[in-house]
Design a protein around this ligand. Sequence first.
Ligand SMILES: [Zn+2]
Length: 120
Amino acid sequence: MSPARKPQPHEAAAALNTNYLRCRDLGHAWEDYTAEWAGEAFRVTVVCYRCDARRTRFVQRNGFYAEKHGGYDYPKDYQVPEVNLRNTEGRAAVRFELLNRQGVIYGKKVSHIGNGKRRA
Ligand SMILES: [Zn+2]
């Protein structure tokens, strides 16, 4: 039996939802700002309209961050723990896959990427 082969960046990128690829390439598109008092600071939450990632920060009344910093929550299939898509090779794989879905690499002309739904 051979050991499980680690997926390559281009394979991991090809398996991702288009919206996830766009957020990885362009950064998240934050909106839906909410703030609620959480005992010692405001819990400020924003949501990405493309991928539903959530960013939470804790902000004091004076605007400085509280000691508790918050963090990010991603949709369950956003992260690909076995492959680094944030290094140079991984980011290139993400950009390549977006171009590939636009059909520009192999000569097809498509004006937009689409609705982000996973292809069958
Ligand atoms: Zn996003």
